[in-house]
Design a protein around this ligand. Structure first.
Ligand code: NAD
Length: 486
């Protein structure tokens, strides 16, 4: 599983001193090597993408879509290879990895169909003999910077709309998950994208910063932490580049006093502990009405205790490791903070029975203050904070009282209460009687406040971020009335 940079249709090796080991977070096994590229390598990729842009943007959009449909068929054929690589290097269990790969395939398929839907707008002109319409033009080279937690889905849900709209792309994937990005480049090569249209450069901040700074890069799409994302969006604003950032989260599930508690507990456990709590849509706060809180906490605690952590490829394992030692240490430090702030019901610390891997214990805190650190800061691990409230208004205030706003969920059997909560929650997405996580290819995905800036990803309009609308007036003769205003 050695990863290489893919630039201008060729595979580039760096010197051994410029590579790092890619290791499994489950047991420390060395899986292969990955390039640690600098700004110089990134500039070579940007220049290749720039040179490829005139040819690619002039290719009819349905032809561009055909290459994406070809990529879909390759991804379907290679789904198991990709899922296993994902499970090994990121740590999610194989079932979750297969789910991520399927979701990525469905999204590329949806975006490929957009090739025939890059539609503009026509309107009657106020001038006679004039036809007025709009059309969409690609930006040029676009820079895509992605995190490790969905290393198949997120690169593909950025690449597909960017390519279909006629841009050439340079992807800078997360350093923790290089091999899945390497496989994506390999499949793009097989699909037959012309050289320079798709480029992948591995490394961390240095190539990412070079990508943002380079004048040939006309737009940037970033997913990652709020801290880095705010830096990216501020710099893009200074450089006057369109930017889209999807960042951190602290997603709440609201349990009202008429909820089906069994279903609510299962959804909570899936959202909080699934993917080791490393989904951007993970449930990290359960805001529960007092009347049902004791029963609900008992049910979620039982589900947390039943989790079996272990190697992601092993049968019967229901939770993999954190992606890295650093990430596990961060989670453990928050369970220490939580022990001082609230009542520890299950877990805390790391799983000492699995010393070779980075396994934090599934953890449940009760009686958490809505303003405490574990209730307001992103932990990104299998840690759930239960906040007890007396009223729906108090639940809404607690839910909205954080800087983040990706997704939310409410459990209730009362339709009027559900609609009232949907309208008042400050999140980009809300689920009713369903876990916080999930999202479909043809539905927009994204957050508000310090979670999201710029237009939504996925859904029918995703390609528009990667395009500029141009307005055209054609004077086709006849008795054209002139106007003194224009
Ligand atoms: P991160 O911010 O550390 O890194 C993200 C990417 O940015 C990586 O490719 C990294 O190499 C690059 N990077 C690092 N320094 C940079 C710099 N100075 N300038 C530009 N790029 C730089 O995030 P992570 O740890 O990889 O991912 C986890 C975070 O991603 C969590 O906060 C999670 O909530 C968030 N996330 C959000 C969504 C969403 O849709 N809102 C989806 C997935 C993940």
């Amino acid at each position: 599983m050695n990863s290489r940079n893919y630039i201008d249709g060729a595979w580039h090796d760096l010197r051994p001193s410029e590579t790092a080991h890619n290791t499994s977070p489950a047991d420390g096994e060395v899986l292969g090597t990955t390039p640690v590229s600098g700004a110089d390598t990134m500039v070579v990729a940007i220049e290749a993408a720039h040179a490829a842009f005139p040819g690619w943007s002039a290719t009819p959009a349905p032809k561009r879509g055909e290459l994406l449909f070809r990529l879909v068929r390759i991804l379907e054929r290679e789904a198991e290879t990709l899922s296993r690589a994902l499970a090994l290097e990121e740590g999610k269990i194989i079932g979750e990895a297969r789910g991520e790969v399927q979701k990525a395939i469905r999204y590329v398929e949806f975006a490929a169909g957009d090739a025939r839907r890059l539609t503009g707008y026509t309107a009657p002109s106020e001038l006679s003999g004039t036809f007025a319409f709009t059309m969409w033009r690609p930006h040029g080279v676009v820079g895509l910077i992605t995190p490790w937690n969905f290393p198949v889905c997120i690169p593909l849900w950025k690449m597909a709309p960017a390519l279909v709209a006629g841009n050439t792309v340079v992807l800078k994937p997360a350093p923790e998950t290089p091999y899945t990005a390497h496989l994506i480049a390999l499949y793009c090569e097989e699909a037959g994208f012309p050289k320079g249209v798709v480029n992948v450069v591995h490394g961390d901040a240095a190539p990412a910063v070079a990508l943002i700074e380079h004048p040939h890069v006309r737009a940037v799409s970033f997913t990652g932490s709020t801290e880095v994302g705010i830096r990216v969006s501020s710099r893009c604003a200074q450089l006057n580049k369109p930017v889209q950032c999807e960042m951190g989260g602290k997603n709440p599930i609201l349990i009202l006093d008429d909820a089906d508690l069994d279903k609510a507990a299962i959804a909570t456990a899936q959202g909080a502990f699934g993917s080791t709590g490393q989904r951007c849509t993970a449930t990290s706060r359960a805001i529960v009405m007092d009347a049902v809180a004791d029963a609900y906490v008992a049910k979620v605690a039982a589900l947390a205790k039943a989790i079996r952590a272990g190697h992601p490829l092993e049968d019967g394992v229901t939770m993999g490791p954190s992606v890295s030692e650093r990430q596990m240490e961060k989670v453990v430090s928050y369970t220490d903070i939580g022990a001082a702030e609230a009542k520890l019901v299950v877990g805390g610390g790391r799983i000492t029975a699995l010393p070779k891997g980075y396994f934090p214990a599934p953890t449940l805190f009760d009686h958490v203050s809505a303003t405490g650190r574990i209730a307001t800061e992103e932990i990104f691990g299998p840690v759930l904070s239960v906040i007890r409230v007396a009223t729906v208004d108090e639940a809404i205030d607690a839910a909205n009282g954080v800087q983040f706003g990706l997704t939310s969920s409410v459990y209730t059997n009362d339709l009027s209460r559900a609609f009232s909560v949907i309208e008042r929650l400050d999140t980009g997405m809300t689920q009713v009687n369903a876990p916080t996580m999930g999202g479909e290819a043809h539905m927009p995905f994204g957050g508000v406040k310090n979670t999201g800036v710029g237009p939504r990803e996925m859904g029918p309009n995703a390609w528009r971020f990667y395009s500029e609308e141009k307005t055209v007036y054609i004077n086709h003769g006849g008795a054209r009335r002139t106007s003194s205003f224009y």
